[in-house]
Design a protein around this ligand. Structure first.
Ligand code: URA
Length: 210
């Protein structure tokens, strides 16, 4: 991908995102919309998967037909909200390998601290797509990508639903080699680190917590 940031402006993505932003949207509908939108975003973020040809036989004749090449891609969810994007993507790409990164924010240093890290093997030979619905400060995203690079990942993309300019700048600074795909670039962060206008806390909205 040439650009660092791709905003997916497809009408279906934008319509579903508007429904997700509305505060009256129920948990069940929010979750369903996230599932649907994740599949549309998956289409964009996987555009450059390597292809090869395989000799096949149709009922009428033989042909060289395109198939995915190389190792299965790896989807890496940043817990917990990343799982909402992950679920829909796995329906579309059922053979993908899956990893999880758990980070919490140290209240004194405000830095992300790792509490869980489990990723597929051969990371360096896979396209690795990191998923987290909200790219806010970018601190946890940058830290997750740091950990994945330490584990050998080289071909990484970052997929989110909403991005704040602050988060995009942070990622560009820390990981200029990692393209970001999002459904929208919002205005800014508020003093608590929430994206404005945003959609609230993605994890709370998808799991019905407060
Ligand atoms: N995480 C969220 O869930 N929402 C925001 O607005 C920012 C970070």
């Amino acid at each position: 991908m040439k650009q660092h940031l791709t905003v997916v402006t497809h009408p279906l993505v934008q319509h579903k995102l508007t429904l997700m932003r509305e505060k009256t949207t129920s948990t069940a509908v929010f979750r369903q919309l996230l599932r649907e939108i994740s599949q549309l975003l998956a289409y964009e973020v996987t555009y450059e998967l390597d292809m090869t040809d395989r000799r096949i036989e149709t009922p009428l004749q033989e042909m060289d037909a395109p198939v995915l090449a190389g190792r299965k891609l790896a989807l890496v969810s940043i817990l917990r909200a990343g799982n909402g994007l992950l679920d829909g993507m796995l329906e579309l790409i059922p053979s993908a390998r899956v990893g999880f990164v758990g980070l919490y924010r140290d209240e004194e240093t405000l830095k992300p601290v790792q509490y869980y890290f489990k990723v597929p093997d051969y990371l360096g030979e896979r396209m690795v797509i990191v998923v987290d619905p909200m790219l806010a400060t970018g601190n946890s995203s940058a830290a997750a990508v740091d950990l994945l690079k330490q584990a050998g990942a080289r071909n990484i993309r970052f997929l989110c639903l909403l991005a704040a300019p602050e988060g995009v700048a942070r990622m560009k600074d820390a990981h200029p080699d990692v393209p970001i795909v999002t459904a929208a670039l919002d205005e800014r962060l508020n003093e608590k680190g929430y994206i404005l206008p945003g959609l609230g806390d993605a994890g709370d909205r998808m799991y019905g917590t407060k």
